[in-house]
Design a protein around this ligand. Structure first.
Ligand code: CMP
Length: 139
C-alpha cells in the first residue's frame, strides 16, 4: 500500500553538501519527497525526537550531533515507503551497510550516519507530526 515515512538528512550530510545526492538516492528508489524543510534542530526538539533512546549511553552525543548543524526533515511517500526507505538507507552502522545504500556511500560512523528513517508506520505518523503541519505535506 502507499505509505508515508519520515526522514532526516543529518548534519554530517548537510555539512558535506550531500542533500541533493541523498535525495537522488531516495527518488531513484521510488520514494517521492512530498514535504521537505531545512531546519536547525533545537536541543528540546532533538531530545523529544530521540526520547526512546534517552537511557542509552550515546544519548547526549546523539542530541549534540543532531543540533550541531542544519538538518533536512522530509516526508517520503511511496509503495511500502517505511521498508523501502530503510532498504535504501542501509544498516545503521555504515560498515554493515549493503553496497549502493546511502549509509554505505556517505555515512562516516554509526553516529554520523547521514540519514534517519522511521522504523514503523506508527512511528512515522508520530515523527511526521512532530515536524510538519498537515498543509505542509503535498502528495
Ligand atoms: P537513527 O536512525 O537516527 O536513530 C537513533 C540513532 O542513534 C541512530 O540513527 C544512530 O545514528 C545513533 N546511534 C546508534 N548507536 C549509536 C552508538 N553506538 N553511538 C552513537 N550513536 C549511535
Amino acid at each position: 500500500a502507499v505509505q508515508r515515512t519520515f526522514s532526516i538528512i543529518k548534519p554530517d550530510a548537510t555539512n558535506r553538501n550531500l542533500t541533493g545526492a541523498v535525495n537522488a538516492k531516495l527518488e531513484a528508489a521510488g520514494l517521492r519527497i512530498v514535504a521537505q524543510k531545512r531546519i536547525q534542530m533545537t536541543q528540546k526538539q532533538a531530545e523529544t525526537f530521540y526520547a526512546v533512546h534517552s537511557a542509552r549511553p550515546f544519548f547526549g552525543e546523539l542530541v549534540e550531533f543532531m543540533t550541531s548543524a542544519p538538518v533536512v526533515v522530509q516526508v517520503l511517500e511511496g509503495e511500502d515507503a517505511v521498508a523501502k526507505n530503510r532498504e535504501v538507507m542501509g544498516a545503521t552502522n555504515p560498515s554493515e551497510a549493503a553496497e549502493g545504500t546511502i549509509r554505505k556511500e556517505f555515512a562516516l560512523s554509526i553516529g554520523e550516519n547521514s540519514v534517519h528513517g522511521s522504523d514503523s508506520a506508527e512511528n512515522a505518523a508520530i515523527e511526521i507530526a512532530q515536524f510538519f503541519a498537515g498543509n505542509e505535506i503535498v502528495g
